[in-house]
Write a protein of this length. Structure first.
Ligand SMILES: [Fe+2]
Length: 455
């Protein structure tokens, strides 16, 4: 059987290569299990009653493809469950078709990132489900934008199966960044390359809180390109100048009828390892995003976005808001920042840093009304992953609550979950010690415990 596979057994090692994406802190973790009553330094807020889910690309087997991006790995879900001043960790892989076939074959079968022609066998759906983990209509959706999501049980993390929403999903793909309307509880989604690899078709769809599709709109993009994230207001869409928007913060319509849209933006190709058609690629050191705001009149005849205003001249990404104000005016946002001036000891961590993934050494909180920036610096040998915001209570004002983010500690080579109280942002209120290492993840979300009982 092995002889029919691409990549002969002599090519497929049992140890990961010594390349940046598989070295140091980026070594695959491949851990599943439970850690109960994690060690906590400081004061874990009793108000935290729910689960922080996040996903990391974590290859189950040594690849037969050389030097693919760090995020070509199987989706492995972390669930940090908070209750009564304690926190527990559960870790489990999504049982995708690829994961199960590879486990059966006891070797890697999936090929290059988003290139099915390099696979060792044919998959019906080759997704790794490794980009976002999102709770909707009683299930967790493990999502990568090249396929429908995989549904998982939010309590056990058991994989239920590929989710086509009871046959309603019209697109072959599903965005990794769906937006939940906090008022209507509708999920606003799209898929690009929606009729298959390389197709210009974009499918936009809304799903109501019971899982019923309420609107489907087919569009054709002028070029086939990655459409990783989007922002939603009540009524509009627009054309933007050429740039590399990674993630969006939020967008909203003002009472004067204008649209405000905040996001980190860079003019460089963030995926520097994939050069353009002429072979040009930026040096990773030159890629920096600024935090910008587009303000536009949707009724203007020219639907091209105007030049944005720079609202923060810092290298930042992974912006988050208090999700209760999604699609409405936000006064606060939280994000990862890289500021070498804060004192990171790059010489000390360089040998164990690994590579390929984005590096941010601090968390920021921007008050959009006052322009004030608060910064949390976790330490000289630390990098931060994407944060999530948790309101202090249902009735707490916007931005009043807790920010949590996984932190890579390169001195101990283990992960920590840092929990900040937004009333005292610059000092951690609690640091949860995992005593294991979780490599770079992509996205995560908080699900309040009452969500599991309210349906
Ligand atoms: Fe993303």
């Amino acid at each position: 059987m092995a002889g029919h596979f691409r990549g002969t057994s002599s090519q497929v090692g049992k140890a990961f290569p010594n390349s940046p994406q598989f070295s140091g802190f980026m070594k695959p973790c491949r851990f599943e299990g439970d850690l109960k009553f994690l060690e906590v330094e400081g004061d874990l807020p009793e108000e935290l009653d729910g689960t922080f889910y996040r996903v990391m690309p974590d290859p189950q087997f040594v690849p037969f493809i050389e030097n693919d991006p760090w995020f070509n790995g199987d989706g492995n879900i972390s669930a940090f469950r908070f209750s009564k001043g304690n926190v527990h960790l559960q870790q489990k892989y999504v049982r995708t078709e690829k994961f199960l076939k590879e486990r059966d074959a006891q070797r890697a079968l999936g090929g290059k990132y988003r290139n099915k022609y390099t696979d060792a066998v044919e998959f019906k759906v080759r997704t790794t489900a490794n980009t976002n983990i999102f709770y909707f209509n009683n299930v967790l959706l493990a999502i990568k934008e090249d396929a429908p999501p995989f549904a998982m049980d939010p309590i056990t993390l058991d994989t239920i199966g590929l989710c086509d929403f009871n046959g309603q999903l019209p697109s072959l793909t599903f965005t990794a960044h769906p937006k939940l309307d906090p008022v209507s509880r509708e999920l606003v989604c799209f898929g690009y390359e929606a009729k298959g690899d390389g197709t210009p078709d974009v499918c936009y769809y809304n799903i109501d809180s019971d899982g019923k599709f309420t609107e489907v709109v087919w569009l054709v993009a002028p070029v086939v390109g990655m459409i990783h994230d989007f922002a939603v207001t009540e009524n509009w869409w627009f054309k933007a100048p050429n740039a590399f928007p990674g993630h969006t913060t939020n967008a909203y319509e003002t009472s004067e009828g204008q649209i405000v849209f905040d996001l980190p933006l860079t003019d460089k190709n963030v995926f520097f390892w994939w050069p353009d058609a002429n072979g040009n690629a930026p040096s990773p050191h030159d890629i920096q995003a600024k935090y910008v705001r587009f303000t536009l009149d949707p009724r203007a005849s020219d639907l091209d976005l105007p030049t944005p205003e720079v609202i923060l001249e810092r290298d930042m990404e992974f912006p988050r808001i208090d999700d209760r104000v999604s699609m409405k005016r936000h006064h606060h946002s939280f994000f990862d920042m890289m500021d070498p001036e804060l004192g990171t000891d790059f010489a000390a961590i360089a040998p164990v840093l690994g590579g390929g993934h984005p590096l941010y050494n601090s968390l920021g909180h921007l008050n959009h009304q006052t322009g004030q920036l608060e910064v949390y610096f976790p330490g000289k040998t630390h990098m931060v992953q994407e944060p999530v915001f948790v309101p202090r209570s249902d009735t707490a004002p916007e931005g009043d609550g807790f920010l949590m983010a996984l932190v890579n500690n390169y001195r101990t080579m283990s992960s920590e979950l840092h929990i900040l109280d937004t009333r005292n942002f610059s000092t951690a209120r609690a640091i949860v010690k995992l005593n294991i290492r979780l490599r770079a993840g992509l996205h995560g979300n908080w699900v309040d415990a009452k969500e599991f009982t309210s349906h």
